[in-house]
Design a protein around this ligand. Sequence first.
Ligand SMILES: [Zn+2]
Ligand SMILES: [Zn+2]
Ligand SMILES: [Zn+2]
Length: 333
Amino acid sequence: MPELRKDPITGRWVIISNERQKRPSDFQVERVVRIAADQCPFCPGREALTPREVFANRSNGSAPNGPGWELRVVPNKFPALKVEGGLEREGEGMFDRMNGIGAHEVIIETPDHSKTLATMGEAEIERVLWAFRERILDLKKDIRFRYILIFKNQGAVAGATLEHSHSQLIALPIVPDFVRDEIDGARQHFFAKERCVFCDVLRQEIASGRRIVQESADIVALEPYAPRFPFETWLLPKVHGARFEDAPRHEYAGLARVLKSVLTRLDRALEQPAYNLIVHSAPFSEEVRDFYHWHVEVIPKVARMAGFEWGTGFYINPTSPEEAAQVLRDVRV
Ligand SMILES: [Zn+2]
Ligand SMILES: [Zn+2]
Ligand SMILES: [Zn+2]
């Protein structure tokens, strides 16, 4: 019997059609497409092909915009939004608009063209997380920005145009809807119960264990109760915190370790799927400290019934999170 499940945070309903339970081998997984390295603008020695770096790790003291780096952050050559200018723009009658202000940056995670986040070392992944933090703290000083979106599209079909492992950052003058929905839901829960809904979810999930993929001292990786997509996986800090950039040092180390493990599990269970990774953190100008809880969402790209979802607004997920958690737990890492 298919089941309707309600996400405890956003109130969003999903259909878990577990009567046609799908195993990993049943999925049409969208795979990572490998592209030759010889033209890659993110490889060392081709720094001139990217805009000038805004941040880099250069432990050997090498000069900016040349080789010798461990990680580089550069503005996106084809930004979705532009940094210059003010926000004001006159609307059109009842329709609002705003100038397309924003920063759009690329975090080149490693000089090694062949590595992925899953095959990088834990220290390298941790360096990527610290770069996210550095860039957030810097861009936060610009009062025009209200939210910084950090995401990664691994594999061509998940939206990546270059294979060399990288993430992206977009600073926005507005708070995106998917974060807004989580904040609104979390606020309601807090007003009713005076507790963080994410902390409540964590407590129940750790006690039951059914949807836990992995648990460390700092971080829990789990399949949410009402996932939109098969093998949708969330990573949350165990100790409450609203902002990724304010996390204590040991949580970055813990997140790097669990993230590597989760991505390796997904790679083995689904044979290197393309995926999206998104960091969800509190907007800058809002007081949500008590009830918003930062986290990372990883969503593998697997084929699904798009038509029904567009038509009804419901997500249909053919794999229950209990099944997905079991499959991922069973992978040897
Ligand atoms: Zn490359
Ligand atoms: Zn919390
Ligand atoms: Zn989220």
